[in-house]
Every structure is written in C-alpha cells, then in structure tokens.
Write a protein that binds this ligand. Structure first.
Ligand code: URA
Length: 234
C-alpha cells in the first residue's frame, strides 16, 4: 500500500495531510526518514509518524490458486508436507486458504488476507456452490445419479440436493461434474462412496462464478475487481 494511503488508513489524518507529513520529514519507515509518498509499504515495514509507531490497514489481496496433488491446505505442516502457502510465497502479504481441499484433490482454492471474506464464504449459512469434476470408477447408473441429485447419507448426515452431470463415460470409469453447497469433510468422495463409485481423481473447477479456467497447477492469479465484488456480494 502507498505510504500516504497507509498513514490515512491508520485513522490519523487525511491522505492530503499524510502527504504534508511525509514531505516535511515527519514520517520514518524502518527508522529512516521517508519522503516518497508513493513508497510501497509492505507487511513487515515499521512506519512512524512524529516518532509514534502506527498501524495502518493491510492491503487486501485475493488470489485463486490451482492446487496440485500432494499439497495440504494449511500454512505449515508438522509432517513437513508441501503446503499451499508455498504456492503464494512470492506475495509479501500472508494469505490464508478459504476453506479446504484434500491432500489428493486438485484445483481452485481462493487465498486471501481478508478475514471477513474468509468467514462469510466458509460460514455454513452462506455456503456458496462449489463445482468439482470427479473421475469415478465404473458406470454411474441413472439410479445412482438420481440418488446423488436427491441427497445421500454420508454417515449421520444427509446431503442436500446436488447438481450432477455426466461428462464422459466408459465401462471402467465415468467423469462427472458435481456442484454442492455444503462443505463437509471429504464430502464429494463420501457421496460417491455412498452410491458405490470410488473417486479416482477430484478437481474443484469453480466456487460460485469464480472459475479455474486455464490456470496451470501450482500457479496463481489475482482475482479481478469484478470477481472480488462478486464474492463480497454473496
Ligand atoms: N470434497 C472432497 O471429498 N474433497 C475435497 O477436497 C473437496 C470436496
């Protein structure tokens, strides 16, 4: 965040007054006087105004990551496995995953430092549609499709109606697109297990209108302004 905006965001003064403070040498960054209004303040910088340390608002950053297999959705891991934090390590802000994807699930994961958004997107009351493409063993009969669409018991919990569409089928496996709005642990795997088809691969392709598109595994992209507005509106 630009230094003048950062000072204003701490609630001390307007941005114009912040410019004056900077120009007059009243502002220090990491102990040294800083006269550049556009100086880019990053997370670990210490900003002082008239000798007093201030705490500005943090720039909110929103990205979509394509999580590869074998990464855990966590900031660190006691078993030393790869974490999704490593996928955004070149972003100075500390970004947290919004919700979870299994170790063996690939695809769309939103990461942000906006705690309010994380809270609303993961709150069971506002659960937004999440769309997955699953490859499952065997054929998914019409009866099983109907069960998934109606709701299945995944062990003490009956799922809400899901949107399910067969994309491809051969005698050994079926590729299915499935949208659910709940977020129970391993829910999609459990739903297919409940009707008798084991999930072989699972990829999340969308959360609401936010789509993975052609983003490569292990890569991230920033959300567009429209996508951020859309998520806020949910
Ligand atoms: N459902 C699952 O079974 N696994 C995931 O990672 C996400 C949804």
């Amino acid at each position: 965040m630009r230094l003048n905006k950062y000072i204003a965001s701490a609630g001390i003064c307007s941005r114009r007054k912040a410019d004056d403070l900077i120009a007059n040498g009243n502002v220090k960054v990491n102990g040294a006087v800083m006269r550049e209004m556009g100086f880019d303040v990053s997370e670990n910088d210490r900003v002082q105004v008239n000798g007093k340390l201030i705490q500005g608002e943090k720039e909110k950053v929103y990205v979509v990551v394509n999580k590869p297999l074998g990464y855990i959705t966590s900031m660190d891991d006691d078993k030393n496995r790869a974490t999704v934090a490593e996928l955004v390590a070149d972003i100075p802000e500390r970004l947290f995953p919004v919700g979870r994807l299994d170790y063996n699930t690939t695809g769309l994961l939103i990461m942000t430092n906006d705690g309010q958004m994380t809270y609303s997107l993961t709150h069971p009351k506002h659960e937004v549609d999440k769309t997955y493409v699953a490859t499952v063993a065997g054929i998914l009969s019409d009866k099983r499709l109907a069960q998934l669409r109606k709701g299945v018991d995944i062990g003490g919990f009956v799922t809400s109606p899901a949107k399910v569409k067969v994309l491809k089928q051969n005698p050994r496996s079926t590729v299915v697109e499935i949208s659910i709005h709940e977020g129970k642990n391993r829910q999609v795997r459990k739903m297919f297990a409940a009707v008798g088809n084991k999930v072989q691969t699972l990829e999340r392709v969308a959360i609401g209108n936010i789509r993975l598109g052609r983003l490569k595994q292990g890569h991230y992209r920033k959300l567009t302004r429209e996508e951020i507005q859309y998520l806020r509106s949910l």
